[in-house]
Design a protein around this ligand. Structure first.
Ligand code: FAD
Length: 515
């Protein structure tokens, strides 16, 4: 079988078309295998739309054993690599395998779904290939429960976000998604199927969390649950001064009101001080009935403004005036512009699926499928004011055609045994430049936007800022070494232990396949 696949690698497509069913038979998979990038070539594309690498074949495993067979088969070849592909929402080809094998993990999405209680805590076992939106819907409808920590957008797989971190407005309280799983089933780069947790194979467990797919394929995750509320009060308030915005955001994530609940979600974003439909004032409104009255902002407001976004969970049988009281107590401590406050009440599930609605609109207008040269970073509290002055107020003063997120999280909620790299300070900011192209008749080229991302990174490097790229992308091992800093040696040792031939996740471009 391997010889047959290798011939396919080395010969031209026309000459080397192999009998799919015979290869499938040799591998003896319960799932299926297909040559090329799949029927629509989906495996050579990702959400970023910047890179494209065609795989040799796309495999749809049906279980961990199938994944193990594929990895073992690749290890017996001289050059085959294997990329687990979640939902392909990476930006820079991370889930691709140039002339390698792509595992379409979505084929396993229905596996494992099971509720458990251990010492009074509820967990759900889910497939690494499950979409978070399905985990949400199934947990709420079947058990009235839900995971605690999310991403903003949920058409991402469990394995895909756990390989990075998984961050949203709940992270200040519960940490990223990598802090909210207690056990994994992983297929290593040697083809071993292992269960791992804090107590069992801990090196593998912590290595895989945030491990960029380098040490194993996550086939099952055990996710902590909490009881799901019915409703969410979703509020946006506006600031003209960055220091007031950050002071309040930090207050909310560090000091809940005594004796009261704190907000359940805290995020923020920067927007342009103009009436631009995408980048400006309208981007703050939560409801078509809302209006942004520009006269209400102070005359001193600069090129950009800041929006603090918070949410409070409640149940439909709660007295609404009690909800109002809690909200006004918590907002009462904040120094936002009192005339620029917007709020709506939505169901909990609708709140968590809020970006799905954006996706639907963006698909209609075509900008969902155009390139997205995004930049995501973690910037320490000490460096964020300067970042605002140079990056938000100058380099990005006209906006980026999409959200510019900036909100604080707490280092102590991140487990430093995982592979995720974050700044050293207790408070650091997630900065996400979620660029959408084609918003005006003459959009800047993708190259120009990528160059602007480099300019921002270079500025941070030059200044000696304490920052890390999130969802990192580098072209050389030297840059990866810098990224991991004093964790590099550990990362290399784990690679040698769990994927010694460097078969897994070649699209991250960290290690080269060993023959
Ligand atoms: P893929 O892109 O398919 O894979 C990503 C990497 O993980 C690849 O290296 C792949 O090989 C590896 N991988 C995939 N599945 C597995 C597995 N089962 N086991 C081991 N390795 C695996 N991130 C946040 O933290 N917060 C957000 O709010 C957020 N919002 C987003 C919104 C949008 C619209 C998009 C496009 C992305 C967003 N992201 C966010 C980033 C997202 O979390 C990552 O890009 C994530 O990797 C995408 O998941 P995926 O399932 O598409 O993974």
């Amino acid at each position: 079988m391997i010889a047959c696949l290798e011939r396919y690698v080395h010969e031209t497509d026309a000459e080397s078309r192999q009998d799919v069913s015979s290869i499938c038979k040799t591998l003896d998979l319960q799932g299926s295998i297909e040559f090329g990038g799949g029927p629509t070539g989906f495996a050579d594309k990702d959400f970023g739309g910047v890179y494209s690498f065609e795989p040799l074949a796309v495999i749809r495993p049906s279980c961990a054993d199938d994944v193990a067979r594929v990895v073992k088969a690749a290890s017996r070849s001289s050059n085959l690599t294997v990329a687990a592909r979640g939902n392909g929402h990476s930006i820079n080809g991370q889930a691709m395998a140039h002339r390698g094998l792509v595992l379409d993990m979505r084929s396993t999405e229905d596996n494992h779904f099971k509720l458990l209680t251990i010492n009074g805590v509820y967990y759900v076992d889910v497939s690494g290939g499950a979409l978070w939106e399905d985990v949400l819907k199934r947990c709420v409808s079947k058990f009235g429960m839900a995971p605690r920590s999310w991403t903003d957008y949920l058409s991402l797989t469990v394995g895909g976000t756990l390989s990075n971190a998984g961050v949203s407005g709940q992270a200040f309280r519960y940490g990223p998604q990598t802090s909210n799983v207690t056990e994994l089933e992983v297929v290593t780069g040697k083809g071993d199927v292992l269960i791992c947790s804090e107590n069992e194979n801990p090196e593998l467990f912590f290595g895989v969390l945030g491990g960029l797919g380098q040490f194993g394929v996550i086939t099952r995750a055990r996710v902590v649950l909490q009881s799901a509320p019915d409703m969410v009060r979703w509020i946006r308030v506006v600031y003209s001064e960055f220091d007031e915005f950050t002071r309040d955001a930090e207050l909310l994530v560090t000091q809940p009101v005594k004796g009261e609940s704190s907000f359940d979600y805290v995020e923020g974003f920067v927007f342009v001080n103009s009436d631009d439909r995408v980048n400006g004032w309208p981007s703050v409104l939560l409801d078509p009935g809302h209006g942004f009255e520009p006269d209400h902002k102070p005359p001193t407001a600069g090129s950009v403004l800041y929006c603090l976004e918070v949410a409070l969970h409640y149940n439909s049988d709660n007295n609404l005036s009690a909800v109002d009281t809690v909200v006004s107590t918590m907002l009462g401590r904040l120094g936002f512009n009192r005339n620029l406050k917007f709020q709506v009440d939505v169901s909990y599930v609708d709140f968590l699926l809020r970006v799905k609605r954006v996706e639907e609109q963006a698909k209609t207008s075509g900008i969902w499928d155009s390139p997205h040269p995004w930049l995501n970073m973690f910037v320490s509290k000490s460096d964020i004011a300067e970042f605002d002055r140079e990056v938000f107020k100058k380099i990005l003063k006209d906006g980026i055609g999409g959200p510019m997120l900036v909100y604080p999280v707490l280092r102590s909620k991140w487990d430093n045994r995982t592979s995720v790299m974050i700044p050293d300070e207790e408070i650091f900011y997630l900065v996400a430049l979620l660029r959408f192209t084609c918003t005006n008749p003459k959009p800047p080229t993708v190259e120009k936007l990528v160059a602007q991302n480099h300019e921002i990174i270079q500025y941070c490097n030059k200044r000696g800022s304490d920052f890390k790229l999130y969802l990192p992308h580098y072209k050389s091992q030297e840059e990866w070494k810098n990224h991991f800093g004093n964790q590099w040696t550990r990362f290399v040792e784990m690679k040698a232990c769990f994927d010694p031939m460097a078969i897994l996740s070649p699209g991250q471009n960290i290690f080269s396949r060993l023959p």
